[in-house]
Design a protein around this ligand. Structure first.
Ligand code: CA
Length: 375
């Protein structure tokens, strides 16, 4: 990366992406992606290749749900959440890509059809830096204004320098975007419930749109207390997995907005079940999006096919999450790039959904060969 960036848990200087290619004997190839950076991706690569591959080799890729349950049932004793599910996610997405290519249809059509041909996108930035609070706040004022000027529908900042500084940073972002523009704040589960209330009250005053992962994802009661006590929407769920994890999360009523991560929770097959659970609880969904152009394309297909909830003349709309910091694996991976920043600028913040079969995108093999990490 051109510069070190941070979120509440750590600083980082390198990007990785973990792509999965599933090859068939009929020559159709599918692509998927597993959530998980750096050494986590290396471990997940081991699970995909050494654990899942022998379980599914020789099966019919059209039987994606049969494959999903075979793998999950055999891995249940070894990890119902976390890296085993991240690994299964990438395989499942690649199978859906194969099915789409065989049927000659985009995944959105296989799911049930496209409710929209494009989606609004929010641009996140305002990552943490090792700077004095006043300097970082000044930077956030400018960066927030820049992201608004890029055309995004909303923006999101990181929190994580401690409650007092974080309030100062949130005030800076509000100043940068102006009074009439939505901004969100993401704590990446850095706070205790008490500190989350302190920051959340400031976000209430600033009329932030949502407060993301204020506390540890295991603390379901804490989420419910925050949701009852704060005006700002409580968002979260990127660190939750599969239908059973999401059932508990939704039943505890701690989320105003659910953020499922398709490349982690179990792939498209499981995402569809989690989406149904979210809608059964009348919890709106804005997918968590992280990673390469494969992850972005996967999410675009899902966002196209997301039913309005509850519906109306002016229905609540999902948004595409977009990281405004440099990411070669997103911007340069594809043979035909999505050019999201250009689309956003040209269309008032909206991004069109690819119409080709499967994911509707194809990675450039030379690019992959260049960045392949053989560890
Ligand atoms: Ca987040």
């Amino acid at each position: 990366m051109p510069e070190e960036l941070g979120y509440s848990q750590q600083y980082y200087t390198q990007r990785t992406a973990h792509l999965v290619e599933v090859i068939t004997d009929e020559g159709v190839t599918g692509w998927g992606e597993c959530f998980g950076p750096g050494n986590v991706a290396l471990a997940n690569k081991g699970i995909v290749e050494k654990v899942i591959q022998p379980m599914v080799l020789g099966m019919n890729p059209m039987d994606r749900d049969v494959i999903w349950h075979k793998v999950y049932n055999l891995l249940r004793d070894h990890g119902q959440k976390g890296m085993s599910m991240q690994s299964l996610s990438g395989v499942d997405i690649a199978l859906w890509d194969i099915v789409g290519k065989v049927m000659g249809q985009p995944i959105s059509n296989l799911i049930g059809g496209r409710f929209r041909e494009n989606v609004p996108s929010y641009g996140y930035g305002m990552m943490l830096r090792r700077e004095a609070p006043d300097d970082l706040a000044a930077r956030f004022v400018d960066e927030a204004a820049e992201i608004r000027a890029m055309g995004f529908a909303a923006t999101k900042m990181k929190l994580g320098h401690g409650p007092k500084v974080d309030v100062q940073l949130a005030q800076a972002v509000r100043k940068g975007v102006g009074e009439d523009f939505p901004f969100m704040a993401d704590a990446n589960h850095a706070y205790t419930t008490s500190d989350a209330f302190y920051v959340g009250r400031a976000l209430d005053e600033l009329e932030a749109y949502w407060f993301e992962e204020p506390i540890a994802p295991e603390d379901l009661d804490g989420y419910a207390e925050l949701r009852k006590g704060l005006k700002t929407n409580i968002a979260g769920g990127e660190a939750e997995f599969n239908r059973w994890g999401w059932r508990s999360l939704l039943e505890s009523r701690g989320l105003d907005i659910a953020q499922p991560e398709v490349c982690a929770l179990g792939g498209i097959s499981e995402y569809l079940r989690v989406l149904a659970l979210c809608h059964a609880h009348f919890t709106p969904v804005i997918n968590h999006v992280w990673g390469s152009a494969i992850a972005v394309a996967t999410n675009l297909q899902l966002l196209a096919a997301m039913p309005p909830m509850p519906g109306g003349l002016h229905p609540w709309e999902p948004m595409l999450e977009f990281d405004t910091t440099e990411n070669k694996f997103r911007d340069n991976l594809l043979e035909q790039p999505l050019n999201i920043q250009k689309q956003v600028k040209a269309s008032g913040g909206r991004v069109s959904i690819p119409t080709g079969p499967g994911l509707g995108v194809a990675p450039d093999r030379d690019f992959i060969a260049h960045y392949k990490w053989d560890a």
